[in-house]
Design a binder for this molecule. Sequence first.
Ligand code: 5AD
Ligand code: SF4
Length: 468
Amino acid sequence: MINVNNFVSQEELLLQEKYKSQIRRQIDGKGLCAFVYTLGCQQNEADSERIRGVLRELGYRITEIEEEADFLLVNTCAIREHAEKRALSIIGRFKHYKAKNPDIVIGVCGCMTAQQHRSEQIKHSYHYVDFAFGTSLMHRLPEFIYNALNKGKRRFMLDSERPQIAEGLEIERESNYKAWVSIMYGCNNFCTYCIVPYVRGRERSRNMKDILDEVRDLASRGYHDITLLGQNVNSYGKDLEGKPTIADLLNEISKIDGDFMIHLMTSHPKDASSEMIEALSTNSHRTNHFHLPLQSGSDEILKKMNRHYDIDRYLSIVDELRAKNKDITLTTDIIVGFPGESEADFEKTVEIIKKVRFDSIFSFIFSPRKGTPAYEMENQIPEEIKHTRYDRLCQIQNEIANEINQTYVGKEIRVLVDGKSKNNENVYTSRTEGNKIVHFECENDYTGNFINVKITRADTFALYGEKI
Ligand code: 5AD
Ligand code: SF4
């Protein structure tokens, strides 16, 4: 089932091992530490866990305090302009560290740096940055660091022509009970607003055996929450020999022992098959949550977005999910102000939101991304209109979410405890199997464990309860 072209070659990985041992020798005993700043989605979080794994192997101590770091890396996002602005401002802030200590190494990676215009901007306007590289070159981090430590030329690499998967990189996981497992990388869909296919390359799936080994290992180490990650996990396996599907993968995961839940992030409605829904709903590790990005409630806008489904199809998937699991919580992504979106188009989105009654929506104001078709489209929507529509959508959704959350009051539910609430002593934050946030008071710390709580109160954004 292995498509060898999907993978970085053994020779390349061995070469990186050589750089690793050279760096280890070079920095041994110096007590150097590394700081990684992560912006963006779960895929970036997962990439940063790999990066930290490699950094630890090199001999760096990982620090959360940027002022003390000898190596600083920003893992950037490009999905909206705001994310890029934040990345540039963080990179800007690193300038004075290098001014104080020229031996400090500074790198930038992730989606923003995979774009030529941004890579050049960093090269020319941020002279203290030693290297930048695109998302698929992560396995070459040892080479880039070695080069910088030895005062080689600054390196600015976009993505490789044909991005490949590097298996076997160390992972330094942030949590000991929640884990991301990437099952595929890249995207083939070219939704007209989205930069992802340009910065993360075409879809490539990991071998099913490698994924199952990883899940088995996590389960045996007591992980309780595992999210299978990919830009469109529903098209998993299409590029592998034998074409295993996401349903096949879920069915195999179902056979693995352990007390853990499986989430999918993210599913594209055009590829949401009945087999996948069946494999999820019958899974021994099933959750009560499904995220299904809608993007717009107007068929015409969906067409312009190149989404390959219409509202009828979307609603039929919702019906199917609810028929299999009546308690399922549904969440979605919505873009407001896509070019050409009329008042009538926007009203259709509102209508669908009211009809489906999502538990929550992630709504985004359309942000034109250079290099995507929507950037060039006529009838760009003025900022004020975008903001008015965004506010209206949030208001409507907030009411719906509040109404749904009230129905939980009085119920007893199992939650996975996430840790102490930031603002309140003895208050803990947790998630239900439907991925709803529950705050509860407790004298003991059950972080990382399942417990049962009784819901006593609810609002738009969370449920509140007490431990039973
Ligand atoms: N502008 C606004 N939102 C976007 N998204 C993707 N690209 C853009 C863009 N250019 C949103 C989509 C996607 C989510 C991850 O980000 O809703 O599902
Ligand atoms: Fe972007 Fe569409 Fe791919 Fe999602 S499916 S990453 S929105 S191109």
